[in-house]
Design a protein around this ligand. Structure first.
Ligand code: ATP
Length: 186
């Protein structure tokens, strides 16, 4: 069935953490969406080398997010060849939806003007900005959008990757992600 409004929440998810979960729960609670599509980035061209394999990040994202209200985890950017851009994913989603909102953390909201085909993207989407410590939760100038209400969660994948031990992982990662994450790090 054709969706009225889909939220697109993209990320590297290396690994997916409780900040992502909180963002997805908050997005679902807005009541704006029929569906929230979590799109796992395939090509790490913007993060450089050292990113975990896409198949592992996809498996961790499924473990983390499937079961959350309205959420589906997609491999569409993994199976697409070459660099993957949000604007292309938005166009794909619009084939099957009346509207697509781009849900991003406040850190990314400030960077949207630098994204591939930013001008086209600006015409195509509304932006749902999720609060995140360290960045003001505001809709960037020139974009249509709104701020999603959420208690900010001070957590990043970088912080988790840099942890010296696996001891406190349950504070930061959904339980089902931990065996996949720990297993991948040998
Ligand atoms: P890294 O530390 O590797 O850069 P990250 O924690 O920022 O990773 P990503 O997978 O790059 O995670 O982020 C995917 C999306 O989730 C982005 O829109 C990002 O802004 C958002 N996000 C990540 N962490 C949080 C958080 N703690 N609160 C709100 N949004 C977040």
């Amino acid at each position: 069935m054709r969706a009225r409004r889909v939220a697109l929440f993209g990320g590297t998810f290396d690994p997916p953490h409780r900040g992502h979960v909180a963002a997805l729960v908050a997005a679902a609670r807005t009541g704006r969406f029929d569906r929230i599509e979590v799109v796992v980035a395939g090509d790490p061209y913007y993060k450089g080398p050292g990113v975990a394999p896409a198949e592992l990040r996809l498996a961790m994202a499924r473990a983390a997010f499937e079961g959350l209200a309205l959420v589906e985890v997609s491999d569409r950017e993994i199976v697409r060849r070459g660099p993957s851009y949000s604007v292309d994913t938005v166009r794909e989603l619009l084939a099957d939806a009346d509207a697509v909102d781009l849900v991003v953390g406040a850190d990314l909201a400030t960077q949207l003007d630098g994204w591939h085909e930013a001008e086209a993207l600006r015409e195509l989407v509304e932006v749902g900005v999720v609060p995140r410590p360290g960045a003001a939760a505001v809709v960037p100038a020139g974009w249509r959008g709104y701020v999603i209400e959420m208690e900010p969660v001070d957590l990043s994948s970088t912080f988790i990757r840099e942890l010296a031990s696996a001891e406190r992982l349950e504070d930061f990662l959904p339980a089902d992600v931990i065996p996949l994450y720990v297993g991948s790090r040998g």
